[in-house]
Each structure stands twice: as structure tokens, then as C-alpha cells.
Design a protein around this ligand. Sequence first.
Ligand code: FES
Ligand SMILES: [Fe+2]
Length: 414
Amino acid sequence: MLSRKDNEYLTRVGPGTPCGKLLRRYWHPVAAASELTEERPKKRVKILGEELVLYRDGKGGYGLLAEHCSHRAASLYYGFVEDGCIRCAYHGWLYDKEGKCLEQPFESNPRFRKSIRHAAYPVEKLAGLLFAYLGPRDKKPLLPRWDILVWDHGVRKLQIRGLLNCNWLQAEENTADFVHTFFLHGQMSTRLRLPDDVSFYTRPFSRYGFQPCPWGIIKTWEFEGEKAGRGWGNFVLFPNMLRQTDTLSTLHWRVPIDDYSTKIFHVGFKASPDGRRVEQPDEPPLDYEKPWVDENGEYHLRNFSSQDGMAWETQGRLYDRSKEHLGQSDRGILMFRKMLRDQIRIVEKGGDPMALVWAAKDNISIDLEALTSPREAHAGATANAYDGPRRPPKEIFDERCEEFEVPIGSARPK
Ligand code: FES
Ligand SMILES: [Fe+2]
């Protein structure tokens, strides 16, 4: 349970808010590069409560400017891209990618032009996604080169999911909610008689746990029955990501659009069976997920996204955590909230939060699978590690690890 004040502290993302300041210290995806074309070089994007215009500068780069003109707020989305800059269509003020105002066609005092500082943010492209950094320029870390974004021994796919009508933390807390898969995905899919094989998710649960690490939290699991297995390796990547390493190699970003909506960017990687190198397209295929609701506006629950979307959105646009009743199975959520609170405090005191990358030598490929799988870092996985071998527990777990037994009952039949 959180007090109302604490709930606000951990969830609000706008400029100047404590959590907003923390989240601005990380790079976040804002679009797929293929969404901008020569014919349509501009796109409106909203992130962390800020309305922005993303554009192709015509020179192979990208710009990201506050959408509303510093003059009298007309949208720069309707402006003209000129030599890497945007000219407002209303009175012609011209802005460069740094937010400098280069021209005010109807003004004669050059000092006025120089006094304008239009909000502008850096953009970098990686694996066909465009990432933005909205934090202080002098504290800009490197854009993390996560393993599956840079590996070339398989194929990558991008997916952008429908707008989630709730605060980002509801989606991210789910990442630290290990046991939800049993009922929400396994049981739901079985009861709806969906064609997908969900036997992985209906295995009787016997144990689950959480180990903090420099990138966030490593989850642990143990199942009984026919497909029994013990493993560890899925990550709650701080601050707003999920990295799956069990059945699939995926990365999910839960990007806060504002306090009440979230956009999920998803990258999936499938290794070639023999680990063979695959020629990479400049922009991996992109699809948009189909709606989570049916023609009556109800969640159809026919895939994991609709199931998760139902759980997260029905908690409320900004879930009031002062009314919750947390138990043992929510310990991962408590661990994550503590991490979030601690990191917000570090930023408030002027420090650098965790899980940032500063040196190019540490950023060739951040091999998360090698942290928990017994192979050389950067060697790449040759197959998705379905309950595959893991590094020995003593290399992974320390005294901060919390593990719990599931009682005999409906999630763990005798
Ligand atoms: S509102 Fe943009 S130039 Fe006037
Ligand atoms: Fe889920």
C-alpha cells in the first residue's frame, strides 16, 4: 500500500515531477524509423507529458522539437522542413534541431531571435527504432545497445502496441508480478479454449523469486508437473522495460505518454537455428497490434496483450495504491517500488541513477542473456533459451534475493 503522496511521487511523469526527472535520464523509443518517410517526414509524438514533433532532417538525421511554436503556439507539425530545420507555417520562424531560432522574418531586432530557446531533444536510431533523450544535455548517457538490438545472427521484428489507457507504472509493475501468468494467461486461454499452446503457463507453480542486479531485477521460477523446470533470467529492466529470455528473446518498453497513457514498443529476436549470420535490413519489419477490445468495447482476451491490457487498464487510469492489499506474491513489486523511490531520490540529490551506460567499451552489446546463461558474453544465443541451462545460482544470487514457495492449492495442485 502506498500513501496518496507516495503514489504521486512514483507515477507522475510531467516536466519537473520527481519521477519525470528520473525517467528523463533514460533514452526512450518514440517511433519506428519507418513511420517517417520522404513523403511524410514529420510525426507528432507525445512522451512524458510533452507534445513534440519528430522529423527527418533530410540529411540522414532526425530532429525532435516542442510541437508548439515559441511565437504564438501554432503546431510545427504543419511547418516546412528546410535544410534540416523546421519553419513554422504561421509566421515563418525557423528552428534548427538544437532549438535555436534562426529566422524571424517579420522582426528587425536580432537580439529577440537570439533570446528564443525552443525545446529540442536529441534522437538516435537503433534497430529501426528512434530513441529520444529528454534529460539534461550535460548528463546524456549513451543509447544502450541491448543485445537483441544489435545481434546479427537472427531476425528482428518490431511491434507498436495500441495506446494503453493507464499510467506507465501499472504496466511496469506487472513485469515484477511473476505469478500473474498462471491465471491471466494460462487459465484464461484454457477456459476460452484459445488455439495457442499455453501449457508453459499452466504448469503448477512451486517457487518464484526476485534478485536485484545492476540493470534491475532478475526473476526466478520453479514449476512442477510434466514440464517441470527451474530457471532464472527474465529481467525487470530499470526503469520501464521487460527483457524476456525464457521462451522468447524480447524487449518491451513501457513508454509514458503522459500520466494516464502508455505506449508499448516491442522488439522480438529469433536466432537462426545454427547461429548463422543474417543480412540485416535497415529497418526491421514493423506491425501494429490489433485492438484489444471487440466491437462492443470489451476486452476480447484472445491474446496476452488483451489479457494484460484488461488487468492494467481496469486498475484505473492512475491506479490508487492507497487501497491495495499486497501479499507475499507482490514482493517483486515492493522491490521494484523501493528501487524506483531510491533512484528518484538519487536524482533529486543531483546524482546519476542506476542502469545508465557511459562508456563506449561497455556498450558494444549489453548481453543480458549471458548474465544468466552459461556462455561467453557477446557470443549470442544460438536458440531461444526455453528453460535452457542457466549459470549456477551462486553466480547469480546473493543475500538480497527473495524467493517464495507457492502453497498447495489451485495454482499448485498436489
Ligand atoms: S506561431 Fe509560429 S511563427 Fe508565429
Ligand atoms: Fe502478462
